[in-house]
Ligand binder design. Structure first.
Ligand code: UD2
Ligand code: MN
Length: 534
């Protein structure tokens, strides 16, 4: 009886040891039918040791999105991934950060696909979407992107999106040194590549990609991203419901050092300072308190710029991007301003997550210099869209004054003559104003053209201002400043009344310059009749 029990224990022990060995062997062997990519992700698991593997086992959601091996062929078609990735390897001793400002060695070692943690709030997993969501064209522009990061971006899209929602992936190669990247990647089904004949910068490249898109929804991505579980459906759903929305995901962080995929905070929105420098800001506390559903969109003043979904018709309606902006920077404000000012909205969707490698420096050159290019682009955004608020931009970035920013379309402003008894208010320099014979179109001089944008009475960038708050004070022109109370006027019947002092613009005495005097109804020297001129 004792022997039988001892034998049983021995057999069980041996079985347990054999079982453990078999399990470990299974775990570390490269799959016999594997393609190059899965064997490289196999080696990645080994290199990352026990911790990474455990994490992957405890998060089943993530592995479900790796395609079965037999699907690999369909996913990549004729494309030879192994040859693509192995042709340009880092040489020993070479600085892995030099070329791309991230650790290329780590990126290459990861392989083209890997499991990543589903970083969404758990309630996102139970969201439902319309079964008839429209497909999208994915637009990825790149300039000398590392092959491993670019391919991972493309493959993550193909692997983690419902196939029927991906109409095509349009790559725009912004004149990278090696034209082969573009040619080879076009062998992947659904991928098209357009190569610029000269360096255009990301703004014109995106416009080129968007114009070539055949789907009614556009999705923009940087060339070093990894999209996460169900990233696409929530964004398309929001645009389908209202085509004037521009939707961004939460942008998770892919470490530039070890390529770890890290969840970003869900309490942030886009912001900027007056120098037009983008920054993430906390959602205001009252909004945060009011959020009882973590799956709800977060309204944002501006988007970070690289990753968003937008209706193509709406993008075109807004005039796309400002194509006179070069290389990098500023286009995210400009597009956001367009969206808001034309009655649309911008949102960040917490249930959509996309990882991005944030870098500390630009790995590429700026033909006109980094600083000058950023000033040019942001100055254009300020000049075109910010009206008198542009003065805060110049105050925050004094070096922008006088720097070239190219031509901008003449703004459509309504000009008026300010008529009194057949004469017109006219300026002769800033300190001298008076009444003069009204000129007629097309010979109306700028000195008789006024724009009445309450509360200001403007001539170009100069504003009509009182010199003191007492009756009898002179008026003159000075640089417009929206905060300056001496420049604030409002119409009062036919008169123009200074808001704070309550005094009215008066042409008496006719020989001298206009003054402000106590308002008196129906006095002809206080009656100003605006007459629109074109
Ligand atoms: C952020 C945006 C980026 C863009 C930029 C402001 C995210 C995640 N990224 O900077 O998309 O809005 O702010 O302009 O929100 N590229 C070209 N041609 C060039 C230069 C860059 O095609 O001449 C490509 C580049 O390969 C990359 C993309 O444009 O795919 C964005 O460039 P980045 O990654 O250097 O910009 P990033 O993420 O610092
Ligand atoms: Mn980027």
């Amino acid at each position: 009886m004792r022997r039988i029990r001892a034998n049983a224990i021995l057999i069980l022990t041996v079985a347990w040891i054999l079982g453990t060995f078999y399990y470990l062997w299974q775990d570390s062997k490269p799959s016999s039918s594997s393609s190059s990519s899965s064997s490289s992700s196999g080696s990645q698991l080994k290199n990352h040791g026990q911790k990474a593997r455990l994490e992957e086992r405890t998060l089943p959601l993530i592995v479900t999105h790796a395609p079965k091996l037999e699907q690999q062929g369909q996913l990549l078609g004729q494309f030879d991934e192994k040859a693509f990735l192995s042709s340009k390897q880092l040489k020993t001793g070479e600085d892995p950060y030099r070329e791309h400002a991230f650790n290329l060695q780590e990126s290459d070692r990861l392989g083209s696909e890997r499991a990543i943690r589903d970083t969404r709030h758990y309630r996102c997993a139970s969201m439902t979407f319309d079964p008839d969501l429209p497909p999208t064209s994915i637009i990825i522009t790149f300039h000398n992107e590392a092959r491993s990061t670019l391919l991972r971006t493309i493959k993550s899209v193909l692997m983690r999106s419902p196939p029927h929602l991906i109409q095509e992936i349009i790559l725009v190669d912004d004149f990278s040194s090696n034209p082969e990247d573009c040619r080879l990647l076009s062998q992947i089904p659904k991928v098209r590549c357009l190569r610029n004949e000269r360096r255009e910068g990301l703004i014109r490249s995106r416009v080129r990609g968007a114009s070539a898109a055949s789907a009614s929804i556009l999705t923009f991505l940087d060339s070093h991203c990894e999209v996460n579980t169900d990233w696409l459906q929530p964004m398309i759903q929001r645009v389908k419901e209202d085509h004037t929305r521009a939707i961004s995901p939460i942008i998770d962080v892919i470490s530039l050092d070890n390529f770890a995929y890290l969840a970003a905070s869900a309490d942030l929105r886009g912001g900027f300072d007056w120098s037009l420098h983008f920054k993430w800001e906390q959602i205001p506390i009252e909004q945060k308190m009011a959020r009882n559903d973590p799956t709800q969109p977060i309204r944002t003043p501006v988007i970070a710029g690289g990753i968003f979904v937008m209706d193509k018709g709406w993008f075109n309606h807004l005039g796309q991007y400002d194509t006179h902006m070069d290389i990098w920077g500023g286009e995210n404000f400009e597009l956001s301003f367009r969206v808001w000012m034309c009655g649309g909205s911008l949102e960040i969707l917490p249930c959509s997550r996309v990882g991005h490698v944030f870098r500390k420096r630009h790995p590429y050159d700026f033909p006109e210099g980094n600083a000058l290019t950023y000033i040019k682009n942001t100055r254009r955004a300020a000049e075109v869209w910010m009206d008198e608020y542009k003065q805060y931009y110049y105050a925050a970035r004094p070096s922008a004054q006088g720097k070239a920013f190219g031509r901008i379309p003449e703004q459509e402003v309504a000009y008026s003559l300010l008529k009194q008894d057949g004469l017109c208010l006219e300026s002769h320099g800033t300190d001298s104003l008076g009444l003069a014979e009204c000129k007629t179109a097309p010979n109306i001089p700028g000195s008789q053209k006024w724009t009445l944008i309450e509360p200001q009475i403007r001539q170009h960038d100069l504003c009509l201002a009182i010199t003191a708050f007492t009756a009898g004070s002179k008026v003159r022109l000075e640089p417009c400043n929206i905060k300056e109370s001496r420049q604030k006027w409002k119409p009062r019947g036919p008169a123009l009344q200074h808001m704070i002092s309550g005094l009215c613009l008066d042409s008496q005495p006719p020989s001298g310059p206009p003054l402000v005097t106590q308002c008196r109804p129906q006095v002809s020297s206080q009656s100003w009749e605006p007459q629109l001129v074109t």
